[in-house]
Write a protein that binds this ligand. Structure first.
Ligand code: PMP
Length: 389
């Protein structure tokens, strides 16, 4: 049985064109960019070309790109690095209730180090309200951190408006762009973002590679100390093989994103419409229109997320019930709770995320499976029956 993979938000297959471009860097092109001989020069040239391509992908300058070991590290460097560098200016940071778990855990760490964190609530669709955000800003606020979009419910935030607010208030704006990259254009200048985290895998590059964009004058303190690579901001030999993979992935994405987004939007709209029409007591999580093209997130009354997931697994379909980063905790998704759902409601959701290698047949398979699974689980569910009597 061929597995149908519809969990592209948790991990994406590396594009074969990326793998091909990376291969020489596992072999003959092994030079360390810090070395001054010819083999090292190949590493240096590749690193600098990659910096240029990735800068172009987000409309940044190449000297604003810092390579890291993934988005988590980029986020740590962006938020902790900025907070530490600017702690003499203020100790207050504002973020949303719906940020990725890595950001909420950084908040806990910074609170233990004397910073104050305010979390702005989101509306029932998961969007940050600008007025509420503005009210949280004080004269001690040094940084806002609001991601472009939710990796769980797919809601897109009003990033340009938040960027404008940060500009008016004279505070730095960090954004986790991981869920959005490759699904909407990211332009750090237009969007008014000063610090931004990207991951390579989210654009079909290898895992374990990422980037922090750091606008000039929004400098950070390093969090990894060593030989002084990446202009002293991220020590450790650069992973040239992974970085060249991210470069190729960004170049492909820049060309293919418009047609890909169009295709995903058709898949998504078809899935949402058909599931909501066919299945009683089903509801869309997240925003109806301001949502990532790849994201279909639906809640069913009376069933458990874990049992939905296992039933799909039996049918050879990989889907998710929430973020892979927290799936082992059995806690309900904090993003769904932030939109006002009760714990039991948050547990009955299904997240389908499409990617480059999905076809119309994959969508047919999942649409066939959803009513079968939901009907069977509801027949077994004492909660659903009780509710209906
Ligand atoms: N932010 C978001 C929105 C994510 O979905 C993820 C996980 N892919 C991360 C940050 C962390 O990324 P990484 O696993 O590359 O460190």
């Amino acid at each position: 049985m061929k597995e149908v993979y519809l969990d592209n938000q948790s991990a994406k297959p590396v594009d074969p064109r990326v793998i091909e471009g990376m291969l020489p860097y596992f072999g003959e092109k092994y030079g360390n960019p810090s070395a001054l001989h010819t083999i090292g020069d190949i590493g240096t040239d590749t690193l600098e070309e990659s910096r240029k391509s990735i800068a172009k992908f987000i409309n940044a300058d190449e000297d604003e790109i810092i390579f890291t070991s993934g988005a988590t590290e980029a986020i740590n460097l962006g938020i902790i690095g900025y907070a530490m560098k600017n702690k003499n200016k203020g100790n207050h940071i504002v973020m949303s209730e719906i940020e990725h778990i890595s950001i909420h855990n950084i908040a806990k760490y910074l609170e233990r180090s004397g910073f104050e964190i305010s979390k702005v609530p989101v509306d029932k669709y998961g969007r940050v309200n600008l007025k509420k955000l503005e009210r949280r800003i004080t004269d001690k606020t040094i940084l806002l951190s609001i991601g472009y979009a939710s990796n769980e419910i797919g809601t897109i935030q009003p990033i340009r408006e938040i960027g404008k607010l940060a500009e008016e208030k004279g505070i730095a704006f960090h954004s986790d762009a991981v869920a959005a990259e490759g699904l909407m254009p990211i332009d750090v200048k237009r969007d008014g973002v000063h610090l931004l985290a990207l991951s390579s895998n989210d654009i079909y590059g290898p895992k374990g590679v990422g980037v922090l964009y750091m606008r000039k004058k929004f400098r950070v303190n390093p969090i990894i100390i060593g030989g002084g690579q990446e202009r002293g901001l991220r020590s450790g030999s650069e992973d040239v093989t992974g970085i060249v993979g991210m470069k190729i992935a960004a170049e492909i994405m820049q060309k293919e994103m418009p047609s890909e987004v169009k295709r995903f939007t058709e898949y998504r709209d078809r899935m949402i419409k058909q599931i909501l029409e066919e299945i009683p007591d089903s509801y869309l999580n997240g925003h109806p229109t301001e949502r990532l093209a790849s994201n279909t997130h639906i809640r069913f009354d009376g069933i458990e997320g874990e049992s939905i997931l296992l039933s799909f697994k039996d049918k050879g379909i990989a889907i998710s019930t929430g973020s892979a980063c927290t799936s082992k905790t059995l806690e309900p998704s904090h993003a769904l709770i932030a939109t006002g759902l009760l714990h039991e409601e948050a547990h009955g959701s299904l997240q389908i995320t499409t990617g480059r290698f999905n076809t119309e047949q994959d969508i047919d398979s999942v649409l066939k499976a959803v009513p079968e699974v939901v009907t069977r689980l509801r027949d077994l569910s004492p909660i659903y029956k009780t509710k209906k009597v």
